[in-house]
Write a protein of this length. Structure first.
Length: 342
């Protein structure tokens, strides 16, 4: 692949100035690599008029001139791409049957990339500004009702250290609404038992304080007693980490998912439920109990209020279901026809 210095500078900007995670930066890089390959393939397949090349200042061997024109550096292709090229790329993605959500994400990557180039005075205008984001199919996040949450949380045994740890993990996820990545990053001193809050390191290195319930703190304290006893007999134990694996090292997000799958099966709940479902459940239950949207936004660590607003659709849907159950339609039951008229 050709030199991609502008992409490299952009990824450095994301990692070192914007404080994006390595994983997020890689995702941006993959999107830009795909767009670069599209540009390169398009330039190689285009017809080149050698006469126009010579007239424009390319002298000497015509074959060399054609090669230069057909296969320029990726940086040059990226800087010369216009709005029509971006639209052609979206059409290409659509033909390849990418989902609307994926296309929207790739377009957002391009929008951020070209905004960066404009900011650095490498371009005078952003070619993506005039391109409309594909309309998304709204997919409401799954959440558990109170009974399902209780059933899940009650499944791990508190009589052994692994069960106590797994119960503490799920209690923390539901009580705080934090992400799984934020949960596994917690250290021992991030739990403030007196203040009943958790110090959370979120996306983009942003930090926030999340309140945590007393019942969750009790379970965490119970797990810590087991954890500290094991630490005494293991010199390789990481003393600062809160949630550890059997070797005393920091637990991974994948491990949390595997543990949750185990307890979902034991509880007889839908196996499609994920640890992130507890975050959705937390937000939905907060709104159902009267919390305002701004407060929930802060608790979840959302940068934009529009991200949090998806939960208002969940609560509205729930209210409609309750209303429909309490007010059967006319004709469903003759006993209700008279009272339904007012």
């Amino acid at each position: 692949m050709e030199d991609r210095t502008s992409i490299q500078h952009f990824l450095d900007y994301l990692k070192y100035e914007r404080r994006f995670s390595e994983h997020t930066a890689k995702c941006y890089g993959a999107d830009l690599t795909q767009f670069s390959e599209f540009l390169l393939n398009a330039s190689e397949s285009s017809h080149v008029d050698t006469d126009s090349i010579s007239q424009s200042g390319h002298h000497g061997d015509s074959a060399t001139a054609v090669a230069i024109a057909v296969k320029p550096k990726i940086d040059e292709l990226l800087l010369s791409a216009g709005t029509d090229v971006v639209r052609a790329y979206l059409a290409f993605l659509n033909e390849k049957q990418y989902s609307k959500a994926t296309i929207a994400r790739k377009l957002a990557t391009l929008r951020s990339f070209y905004k960066f180039l404009v900011k650095r005075n490498q371009l005078t205008s952003n070619p993506v500004v005039a391109v409309r984001t594909p309309k998304q199919d709204k997919k409401l996040p799954r959440f558990l009702d109170y009974e399902e949450v209780k059933k899940l949380l009650d499944t791990p045994s508190l009589d052994n250290w692994l069960g106590a740890r797994d119960r503490a993990i799920m209690e923390t996820l539901y009580s705080t609404g934090i992400r799984v990545s934020e949960l596994v990053a917690l250290n021992m001193d991030d739990i403030d038992f007196m203040g009943e809050v958790v110090h959370v390191r979120g996306k983009g290195k942003k930090e926030r304080i999340a309140p945590i319930g007393s019942s969750a703190l009790q379970v965490i304290q119970h797990y810590m007693e087991y954890r500290n006893k094991r630490a005494q007999n293991n010199i390789n134990f990481d003393s600062k980490v809160l949630f550890v694996n059997k070797h005393g090292r920091r637990l991974s997000t994948r491990s949390v998912r595997r543990k949750m799958d185990k307890y979902l099966k034991m509880a007889g709940l839908d196996p499609a439920i994920s640890p992130h479902t507890l975050r959705h459940s937390f937000a939905t239950h907060m709104l159902n109990n009267g919390a305002d949207l701004r407060s929930v936004q802060e608790l979840l660590g959302h940068q934009s209020l529009s991200t949090t607003q998806i939960y208002t659709h969940l609560t509205t849907t729930k209210l409609k279901d309750v209303y429909e159950n309490a007010h059967p339609r006319s004709g469903d039951n003759s006993e209700h026809q008279e009272t339904n008229d007012y």
